[in-house]
Ligand binder design. Structure first.
Ligand code: HEC
Length: 132
């Protein structure tokens, strides 16, 4: 009887193991979901009127150097395939503060950090056409 007790406790622990795995898997899934939701919520969508202004600013003002179709000119192309590998944070800083010693000036007087982040996300996913 006395020897049986540790063995039973041991069996109980072993039975608990798959449950632990499920609990870990669920926790990971929840954390992954939460992170994804946080990531998506990171860049707020501008109000429709401001959104149209930003689209036209990028197509016309940025386009004067990067090309109206954003395929490049004086500045490099701003197409999804050109920007894909580059960290969004650095691109947002480039848009806000420019790159010293190059023609790329900072747009911070005209754009909030959220707006610059929105522009970078949209450039990476395919930028909208001019708003008539
Ligand atoms: C006067 C010309 C000019 C204008 C206007 C301009 N850019 Fe640029 N931009 C450049 C040049 C030149 C570079 C390359 C700088 C370098 O050599 O690193 C650049 C670089 C960039 C980069 C980094 C691209 C990469 O592949 O490293 C981004 C992003 C960018 N510009 C976005 C914008 C946005 C958005 C606007 C408008 C709000 C804008 N630019 C307006 C000239 C311009």
């Amino acid at each position: 009887m006395q020897f049986g007790q540790p063995a039973r406790a041991c069996r109980r622990r072993r039975q608990g193991a798959p449950l632990m795995h499920i609990r870990f898997a669920l926790t990971f899934a929840l954390v992954a979901c939460a992170l994804q939701a946080a990531g998506a919520a990171e860049v707020p969508e501008p109000a429709p009127g401001r959104r149209a202004e930003l689209v036209n600013l990028v197509r016309q003002d940025c386009g004067s150097c990067h090309g109206m179709s954003l395929r490049g000119g004086l500045g490099p192309p701003l197409l999804p395939q050109s920007l894909r590998g580059q960290p969004s944070d650095l691109l947002v800083l480039t848009v806000l503060y420019g790159r010293g010693g190059t023609a790329m000036a900072g747009w911070q007087p005209f754009l909030s950090a959220d707006e610059a982040a929105w522009i970078v996300e949209r450039l990476k996913s395919g930028f909208p056409e001019l708003v008539p």
